[in-house]
Ligand binder design. Structure first.
Ligand SMILES: NC(=O)c1ccc[n+]([C@@H]2O[C@H](COP(=O)([O-])OP(=O)(O)OC[C@H]3O[C@@H](n4cnc5c(N)ncnc54)[C@H](O)[C@@H]3O)[C@@H](O)[C@H]2O)c1
Length: 434
């Protein structure tokens, strides 16, 4: 394929060399003349392992060139990949000037082009940018989106230092577009890349990179805080974290990464409190660890506010224990939710097939006696009755029993805190964070 690349920095230079290596004919465009000169001499614009050899070999084959003439680049290619910089402005917002300027240039060039053109956004941009770029190209070309051109969001996951290796081995190739033709074409362009291709909607493709990078940053800060605590205790933080990483069931895994309700139970809040308090006793600042419980409280408030906004004062709760499959009510965030609602004068009915009031004992009983002393009057083992007695129903356990309640009781409003498996969303259904 004939491809133009706008922006010859880290992402653009690697894409230029690696796409040429995979058999494409690639033209780079940049606003910095020196970068164009380098490429036209077969030299990379960046320092990266393996890039010099790949670039030179493909330049010698005549598959790599660069120009400042953006029109020529667009007119002679079928795909333009936008890799220009998206720095932060002084307030932390994205500066999209280079992106918009590139879109204007592609649009102006397309005014003179008969064939269909695909613009790929490889730079990291927030949701809404793809649409805006489409509008700019349409305005400057006089063509309609998906008739004369398509815009695709295709985030880059490479890391500097291992950019070539990452380019050829990304975790996944994400293609977000509203054009089937463009989607197919880009899948063909990436033939030879060792990664599954995942087609998704534009907004997800735009946001995924921010979620990835925020999580990577969180991991670094978390590990550093653990390291600081370890050092104070003369514990080998690297040996400890190596062990931590061996747990691929709960630590490095999809577990605990499903948006939903707050955590609770007798272990997570207690152990987190003990750990962060110990750090505090060492006079260590541990802002990540310290903020976790605050975040958890915010999620409880999120659920409470959803219910309060419904105005209905009759609430049903499906699932009271801190998670499904147990009768442990200690530090269940659902108990706290029920307690808050009762305190605000709501009528609350509860269904939980595992909670048998007569059998609750020990610290479990002490906890519930303190928070909902008259639970026996509120709880029932009749699911239908609990729903019929309520107007807003909270689903807090992910069990098959609840998967069609919203369809069976279409005159009730359901708020799902757990994204029940196989539930079919309906007009009377909403998720806490989906
Ligand atoms: N560097 C990384 O590791 C990495 C990884 C993944 C994604 N990204 C994202 O990719 C994008 C590019 O990052 P980078 O590190 O390659 O940036 P960079 O600053 O190294 O390169 C950007 C290039 O764009 C050029 N440019 C600016 N305006 C232009 C225009 N109007 N027309 C043509 N060229 C223009 C600049 O001269 C520069 O050469 C950013 O959005 C970044 O967040 C970067």
């Amino acid at each position: 394929m004939k491809i133009s690349i706008f922006g010859l920095g880290y992402v653009g230079c690697v894409s230029l060399a690696c796409l040429a290596e995979n058999g494409h004919n690639v033209t780079g465009v940049d606003v910095v003349p020196h970068k164009i000169d380098l490429i036209n001499k077969g030299k990379a614009t960046i320092i990266e392992k393996d890039i010099d050899e790949i670039l030179l070999a493909n330049w010698e084959k005549g598959n790599i060139s660069a120009t400042s003439n953006y029109k020529e680049a667009v007119l002679n290619t079928e795909i333009s990949i936008i890799c220009v910089g998206t720095p932060s402005d002084v307030n932390g917002h994205l500066n999209l000037n280079a992106i918009y300027q590139t879109a204007e240039q592609i649009g102006a060039a397309l005014k003179e082009k008969d064939g269909f053109h695909i613009a790929i956004i490889r730079s990291t941009v927030l949701p809404g940018t793809n649409e805006k770029i489409g509008n700019i190209i349409a305005e400057h070309s006089g063509k309609k989106r998906n008739e004369g051109f398509a815009v695709v969001s295709n985030p880059e996951f490479l890391r500097e230092g291992s950019a070539v290796k990452d380019y050829y081995n990304p975790p996944v190739t994400v293609i977000g577009t509203d054009s089937d033709f463009a989607s197919q074409k880009i899948s063909e362009m990436y033939e030879g890349i060792n990664a599954p291709i995942k087609k998704t909607n534009i907004e997800i493709a735009e946001l995924i990179k921010y979620v990835n990078n925020s999580f990577h940053a969180l991991k670094v800060s978390f590990a550093n805080e653990v390291g600081n605590i370890c050092k104070k205790m003369n514990i080998d933080s690297h040996e400890l974290m190596d062990l931590f990483c061996m747990d691929t069931q709960l630590n490095l895994s999809p577990y605990y990464l499903k948006p939903g309700f707050a955590f609770g139970g007798s272990c997570l809040p207690k152990d987190l409190k003990a750990f962060k308090t110990m750090a505090h006793d060492f006079y260590l600042e541990s802002p990540v660890l310290n903020s976790i419980l605050d975040s958890n409280e915010s999620q409880k408030n999120q659920a409470l506010n959803l219910i309060l906004n419904k105005k209905s004062k009759k609430v049903g709760i499906l699932g009271l224990s801190f998670k499904k499959g147990t009768d442990d009510l200690r530090y269940s965030p659902v108990v706290e939710l029920a307690e808050s609602l009762l305190g605000k004068g709501f009528s609350v009915s509860i269904y939980d097939r595992n909670v048998n009031i007569s059998k609750i004992s020990g610290t479990n009983k002490a906890y519930i006696d303190k928070h909902i002393p008259h639970l026996s009057e509120l709880i029932s083992d009749d699911l239908k009755k609990v729903i019929e007695d309520s107007e807003t129903i909270i689903i807090s356990h992910n069990v098959p029993e609840f998967k069609d309640v919203n369809l069976r009781f279409s005159n009730k409003h359901f708020i799902d805190l757990v994204k029940v498996k196989d539930i079919v969303p309906s007009a009377n259904y909403e998720g806490i964070c989906w």
